[in-house]
Ligand binder design. Sequence first.
Ligand code: ATP
Length: 433
Amino acid sequence: MNKIVSLCKRRGFVFPGSEIYGGLANSWDYGPLGVELKNNIKWLWWKRFVHRRGDIVGIDSAIIMNPKVWEASGHLSAGFADELVECRHCHARYRADQIDLKDACPNCGTKGDFTEPRLFNLMFKTFIGPAEEKADIAYLRPETAQGMFVNFKNVLVTSRKTLPFGIAQIGKAFRNEITPGNFIFRTREFEQMEIEYFIPAPKNEKAWGGYFDQWRKEMFAWIKEIGLDYGKIHEMEVPAGERAHYSKRTIDFEYEFPFGVKELYGLAYRTDFDLKNHQEKSGQNLEYTDPQTGEKYIPHVIEPTWGVDRSILAVLCESYNEDAERIFLKLPPKLAPYKIAVFPLLANKPALVEFAEKIYNDLRRDFSVVWDDRGNIGKRYYAQDEIGTPWCVTFDFDSLEDKKVTVRDRDTMKQKRVAIKDLADYFKGKLSE
Ligand code: ATP
């Protein structure tokens, strides 16, 4: 893990947040390469689940919502609170379910001197307007899901979808986590990709089970798409007592991170819990009318949810390789921040530089490309391998004659000559493999 964190900082994937002020514990900023990787993951997801399907549409809802939303969703009641204990000596707080109250405080070592467990709400509070008064309290959303529920009717009417259909959203969520840590695995500000998939009110168990199974398969298809090894994925059927307050069935998809097997994604059957409560609290009719039968009912919901940051971390862990000669990130090419690096063999030969620059500029129309003319070729390959660039293109003296360049593959380190005029098609082909 330390190697990954250090590579991320060294090469500009992820920086410690607010670093020049000594940082802010467990906050991280994505750098130039990190934001490319993140956007590639989000874009791939959007393409797969929104653009390539006729039954899902996207939205982008506000982070600060009417506080009544959180009353209806159950987040303002005990359901979204963790039980905490505090060490009376050093005031460090721990989740009651993660510590033995007879043990020594992991922070200061004082033996067994903890407060009684108390509920602690995970939502970030803020104030709207100039006065910090109770009436103006608002919250940063702890999940993107509620944005989809409160817009259900708007989307239904404007998109003219019929059940089953889904609403997708990618966006930030905030949780005042008690035990953040493990780099970007658990932070207080993170990003989610979520789908609320609305289904007809099930007449029997089988009716929702079929949709649940379809989404289970979709989770695996996505896991494959971003190059994670199935062997490192563990499906955990969450027992009734441990499920979220709204869920009738939950599967956690866990991944073997270097610090343990931990939740990567989740899949939950949220029943009609959310829409029913919003209908009750808002007084608005959120029913769906079956176009064939005229029957009116509140749809039920299957919710697959993906953490963006945990996706990035899993992809980095999966891709990290090192041998005696090099460190290389074996990123799936569609996720790599740069697809291609272009080099002139020698930086001090204007003819080579001029032609290489032309190739660089041409390829940039279709791909994310980086230029490098520092040091020798070996060093440049090393630097590109470390950030996962799948292909390096070198313009050399032969290129002046044969109008071909050397394309070197990151994983096999094999080189081949490709005609300059065919380069764009060559890489398009490679990226669609
Ligand atoms: P955990 O049990 O790890 O706290 P959770 O079950 O509370 O997670 P969900 O409410 O299901 O998580 O959130 C959906 C997804 O959002 C998770 O599968 C995870 O990928 C991501 N996620 C949740 N909390 C965090 C966090 N604090 N930091 C980064 N990602 C998170």
